[in-house]
Design a protein around this ligand. Structure first.
Ligand code: FMN
Length: 348
């Protein structure tokens, strides 16, 4: 099998397994937090404003379709269905790793979606570890230009890479390399985990090299140790063992928010937190925002819907939007700004 065919087979495996129930393992922590019901909301349900600003654009809902597979025929359908629905509801969307299209330019078209998504935030995507495997400023900027992106998501997935038999193992010196190119890129960098969570220390170190956007992608949703474990029998035990590894999404959001809170006012306003990892309904979205997120990312449920049709993706967005609005009504928050100020009660 050629190298390209092997990568495409891996991506198809990822897509099928990550959309299955078997890969959804862990505890995000959302159930440990409760809103206090407000029986006197003093607001008009039909005037609740769920819009917010993200990357210099206004989105109608604080929802980001998280970065997912591209570079395979199935990935093009997936991306197109997601992009069309995201545009209709004015929400943000990320692409899966574009490494394959940098290495095989004939595949660039699988990622080109600006024609159907002209004015929503679109996020390019590449792995941080690629900086140790021949990629640099030129390739990172190419990812951005390829999709006319508003930001570049740099995914950070060390545990997945070392469990994956063909994964990249050298993670030395990456922050130094990122620091040399970050200011030369035309768009901001978003540092993102893939389901094991960003820690406060990692956020601090990423901040020092110039990162201002953080996507938690915490533990409790799609479990990438398990996905790799399910791909091959020989990897099963390792995948199962490390399926318990990671920082729950709620804790990762709190760690990001804590770091943000430690900065002086002028710097604090530059930090944006994307809460993601196992977010599965509008109540989770609202909780993620109350815990400190500016916007919330969701991946696997969107993959499942997009493999069926655009209208399935649209239905999912409508469901999340309705659940979010009811939650905002139930706590008396008429805007996302107000929702951010609502306190959650931690259940011991
Ligand atoms: C099918 C699939 C493919 C993914 N591919 C990528 C990728 O290429 N780059 C990336 O940064 N994250 C990728 N992810 C990870 C998601 O963006 C997200 O961080 C993770 O799945 C946790 O979110 P969830 O629990 O809502 O699925 C992928 C997720 C899925 C479901």
């Amino acid at each position: 099998m050629s190298n390209l065919k092997k990568i495409q087979k891996r991506k198809l495996d990822h897509l099928q397994i990550a959309a299955s129930a078997e890969s959804q393992i862990g505890d995000t922590g959302f159930l440990n937090y409760k809103f206090i019901h407000n029986p006197l909301p003093e607001s008009d349900f039909d005037r609740i404003d769920t819009s917010t600003q993200f990357l210099d654009r206004i989105v109608k809902y604080p929802i980001l379709i998280s970065c997912m597979s591209g570079g395979i025929a199935e990935g093009e359908t997936l991306n197109r269905n997601l992009a069309k629905a995201a545009q209709k509801y004015k929400i943000a969307m990320g692409f899966g790793s574009q490494r394959i299209a940098i290495e095989h330019s004939a595949l660039v078209h699988l990622f080109e979606m600006r024609d159907v998504a002209p004015d929503i935030p679109l996020l390019a995507n590449i792995g941080l570890v690629q900086l140790n495997y021949g990629f640099g400023l030129k390739e990172f900027q190419k990812c951005v230009d390829m999709v006319e992106a508003d930001a570049l998501v740099v995914h950070i997935n060390p545990i997945q890479e070392v469990i994956q038999p063909e994964g990249n193992r050298n993670w030395k010196g990456l922050l130094g390399k990122l620091s040399k190119i970050i200011d030369k890129l035309s768009v901001p960098v978003i540092a993102k985990e893939v389901g094991f969570g960003l820690s406060e220390d990692a956020v601090k170190r990423l901040y020092k090299v110039g990162v201002r956007y953080f996507d938690t992608s915490g533990w409790g949703g799609t479990n990438w140790a398990m996905v790799e474990g399910l791909r091959s029998k020989s990897n099963r035990e390792l995948g199962e063992l490390f399926s318990g590894w990671g920082i729950p999404t709620t804790e990762s959001i709190k760690m990001c928010a804590n770091f943000k809170g430690s900065l002086p006012d002028s710097e604090r306003s530059k930090i944006k937190i994307i809460g993601s990892g196992g977010v599965r309904n509008g109540v989770d979205i609202a909780k993620a925002i109350s815990l400190g997120s500016d916007i919330v990312g969701i991946a696997s449920p969107f993959a499942k819907a997009a493999m069926r049709s655009v209208s399935e993706v649209e239905k999912l967005i409508e469901r999340y939007a309705k659940e979010l609005k009811i939650t905002m009504f139930g706590v008396g928050a008429e805007s996302i700004k107000k929702l951010k100020k609502v306190k959650l009660v931690e259940q011991k």
